[in-house]
Design a protein around this ligand. Sequence first.
Ligand code: FE
Ligand code: FE
Ligand code: ZN
Length: 277
Amino acid sequence: MFRIGCHLSASGGFTAMGKTAAEIGADVFQFFTRNPRGGAAKAIDEKDVEAFLALSAEKGISTILAHAPYTLNACASAENTLNFARETMADDLARMEYIPGNLYNFHPGSHVGQGVERGIELIAETLNMTLRTDFHTTVLLETMAGKGSEVGGKFEEIREIIDRTELSHMLGVCLDTCHVYDAGYDIVNDLDGVLAEFDRVIGLNRLKAIHLNDSKNPFNSHKDRHEVIGGGSLGIEAITRVINHPALRELPFYLETPNELAGYAKEIETLKGLYIE
Ligand code: FE
Ligand code: FE
Ligand code: ZN
């Protein structure tokens, strides 16, 4: 079954997101756990969560993907930045227990000159300090474009983080189509080859979600700028192959394209038309 949705604003709470998702034809959705520029999260309103769970069951909305703020750098060199990352992740995961069984995604981090190996060490250390056996959320490492000192632009780096994490059974991967293409994985001309590589290095069993975005920049550009579906260097044909690929078609897909709600509704409708039932 095709499950497609998009990034939604969390400012109105869970029930508002569920209503919006239903209105635009989304089966899944993503939201930021707090302002992407950082800061405190809103207090959880248990009544809102309860109403949301009832609504999502009624409307068939599943697999909520909570996205950590961009300012969370799990391998920062500055102590206060690193502490912020660890406290934020621990707090986000504790809050996710209100909606158990869903997904939490974060950008592995930027090593800011410490080197990729030190970055990987610190990210694993962050996960080892944060993951708890009594959490019911799968934590996803997002594949990155390899911009600047970003960690996670290579599948091998993600694999290494997983290998160094004690509770690695709680980890998965979110593949961002814009990011991997910008990182030099040619999903336009060789989707099968890229997925075979993903399977060899990480294992396709770890792949839990797809960020479905076109890219404003050419292959291997290491840029990370999302484009609307069909409007960028990936193009509609490659994206159609992605959503229908046997290894991907059952995963939840999340649009993070530059759109307002009406634009998302249109993209969801278009993609539903391109999915082969
Ligand atoms: Fe992301
Ligand atoms: Fe993404
Ligand atoms: Zn991105």
